[in-house]
Design a protein around this ligand. Structure first.
Ligand code: 5GP
Ligand code: ZN
Length: 114
């Protein structure tokens, strides 16, 4: 999608610190990190919100968590633990409307979220 920031990152039109890429997924450092490790994992396919996920996307969405495990291992946070967050829509606090999963680590997380 032409006006989408994350589609532009996937296309190389906006620079990023790339962490991982395969045929369907892309991962990069968050520009405004909320933790020592803050990586965004996204499907290359433009989908606006989690609410769009359908049966046909089950494998794609599952692969995000497999990639997250691989990234967490490489980042050295697999053993100590990490958090994966996905915000959906206005009340979910979503600001970029291309599905993304935040992988956060490197510090103790708090609960509940704000
Ligand atoms: P949301 O609030 O939608 O769950 O998360 C969007 C995230 O995208 C935010 O943490 C924000 O810092 C990050 N972000 C927004 N624009 C850019 C960008 O151009 N580059 C990178 N690397 N991250 C971005
Ligand atoms: Zn997009």
């Amino acid at each position: 999608m032409q006006s989408c920031v994350f589609c532009k990152i996937v296309a190389g039109e906006i620079p990023c610190k790339k962490i991982y890429e395969d045929d369907a997924l892309f991962a990069f450092e968050d520009v405004n990190p909320a933790a020592p490790i803050h990586i965004l994992i996204i499907p290359k396919k433009h989908m606006e919100t989690l609410h769009e996920i359908q049966d046909a996307d089950k494998e794609l969405i599952g692969s995000i968590f497999v990639a997250a495990n691989e990234i967490a291992r490489k980042q050295g946070i697999a053993q100590e633990g990490f958090r994966i967050v996905a915000n959906c829509g206005e009340n979910g606090g979503q600001t970029v409307f291309h599905i993304h999963y935040h992988l956060l680590g490197g510090r103790r997380m708090e609960w509940p979220p704000g």
